[in-house]
Design a binder for this molecule. Sequence first.
Ligand SMILES: Nc1ncnc2c1ncn2[C@@H]1O[C@H](COP(=O)(O)OP(=O)(O)O)[C@@H](O)[C@H]1O
Ligand SMILES: [Mg+2]
Length: 404
Amino acid sequence: MSDNIFYEYLNKGSLFVNKNKISPHYVPEKLPFRDEQIKELSLWLSPALKKEKPHNIFIYGKVGTGKTSAVRHVVNQLDSISKENNLCLYTLYLNCRNYQTKHAILFYCVQSFYPDKNFVGYSKSFIYDKFITFLKENELNFVVILDEIDKIKDREIDDLIYTLSRSNDELGVGSSVSMIGISNNLFFMSRLDPRTKSSLCEQEAVYPPYNAEELKEILKQRVSLTFKENVVLDSAINSAAAMAAKESGDARTALMLLLKAGEIADMNKKDFVTDKEVHLAKDKVEHEIIRSMVLTLPVQLQLVLLAITERSESPKGILKIDGSYEENVLYSGEIYDTYIVVSNKYGEKPVSMRWFREYINELEAYGFISTTQSGKGVKGNTTLIKLGVDSKSIKDLLEKEFNV
Ligand SMILES: Nc1ncnc2c1ncn2[C@@H]1O[C@H](COP(=O)(O)OP(=O)(O)O)[C@@H](O)[C@H]1O
Ligand SMILES: [Mg+2]
């Protein structure tokens, strides 16, 4: 027998047959409970089949409600029918986390139009000209999918949408530009200029969270692709579905729970994945979820959150007017001051107090903080803020994000 330390892993069986199929990047061929959404998407994009401009579409909903998967699924199908029938269609998916300005997005488009050329260093107007010329010369209907569109910088978004929709005037007949915007942020739309809103949201859809029964079905389908037969017990599926439904109705959380549970079972050389492994997976997954929630917040919200975590390092207790004592609370005014310092430090223009209050409401809606009114007596009537998540780990995460 070999004494190589890897020998035991080489021969060790795994409960997985294809782990990739449970990863967040895998686009499933079937998306149960999204038939309607898929149908409406295909209807909105169908003008492309007649070489006409598809509608602009805006889709929003909480994380893990199948937005990205549904859009990619439909666009993949559109691409393949377009290839079969020589339609003049060009689709391009991009995640705005990686392209946060108008120029970065146009640059990415042009670079993808001309993969053999290198456009680094060319002026913005040159890039825009190339963008138009390519579509015009090839008579293309272009559909750009702007996933996580709320990640585009506040001051860029109106300009981007305006430029993309205006480009249709320049293109004239024969070619067009359409966009599909996707957002995990439920408040994004309220931040848009009314003109931007009406042009982006020509058609819009909100994807609802899944309930426990739906999550069970989604998990069952995925288990059959990912794990060996009969190794994942119903108890595991039920627990993962129930946990995810209770937290958020998010299919990603449910799938991640099963993935980690499977890994735990493998590590412990178990023959089955049971609810026990799912419970063990819960902490790890929760940490992961908070992390990705923080990273998917729009930059301004991240800055407010960072200011809150900085302030939380020296929290004060407050004696309220009714005589009760609140521990670890912060005044919204002092957070605003810190927020301005933090924004300047990272080169972002701070927003006004009015927008800042909106952001505080958003952070509360996402469950990062809780707020109460002080009641008269403490500095007039001010909003008191309490952080609901671990301050240190979020601060580290955000500082890393801003320092790249
Ligand atoms: N209806 C569904 N059926 C099967 N898997 C789904 C469904 N909805 C979401 N998923 C899975 O859940 C995860 C999150 O979905 P995703 O489309 O990324 O959500 P969103 O973009 O809304 O955050 C992905 O792994 C995806 O495959
Ligand atoms: Mg998504």
